[in-house]
Design a protein around this ligand. Structure first.
Ligand code: DAT
Ligand code: MG
Length: 138
């Protein structure tokens, strides 16, 4: 069993897509084992996306991610990391496959509705960024 962190980003919350995103994950057999809503400070968003520090989009990305509440969750299942990435679609919604969440709902490459860990190493950093062990239900 693999775990991954997913986030309904501020644009997804604003567009009323919390339920739709979770439904898509559950429909593919992924299990929600932790879930909460919060608003990150600019500094917390910078820490979460530290891997992108120095890139051209870092300032805009961290401003956007701290612009409103997000819904963070831990999903569990076999191959959860890759399966969530597949349901999300490519980073740029114009390049995302038809039917993916980003292709269906995202406005542009920065405001792309949803986040999912991209590797086991990322998941191991991102899950404890938001959840303590006692908050994750197996
Ligand atoms: P992903 O979220 O698909 O893992 P990433 O890790 O490369 O993509 O980038 C993190 C986020 O940063 C991405 O969801 C949106 C933003 N981003 C990435 N590339 C961008 C770009 N060229 N312009 C604006 N925002 C970008
Ligand atoms: Mg990424």
């Amino acid at each position: 069993m693999e775990r991954t962190l997913a986030i309904v980003k501020p644009d997804g919350v604003r567009k009323g897509l919390i339920g739709e995103v979770i439904r898509r994950f559950e429909a593919e057999g992924l299990r929600v084992v932790a879930l909460k809503m919060l608003q990150m400070s600019k500094e917390e968003a910078e820490g979460f996306y530290a891997v992108h520090r120095g890139k051209s989009f870092y300032e805009g990305l961290t401003r956007f991610m701290s612009s409103g509440p997000v819904v963070v969750m831990v999903l569990e299942g076999e191959g959860a990391i890759e399966r969530v990435r597949g349901i999300m679609g490519a980073t740029d919604p114009q390049k995302a496959a038809p039917g993916t969440i980003r292709r269906l709902y995202a406005d542009n490459v920065q405001e792309n509705i949803v986040h999912g860990s991209d590797s086991p190493e990322s998941a191991a950093f991102e899950i404890p960024y938001f959840f303590s062990a006692i908050e994750i239900c197996s």
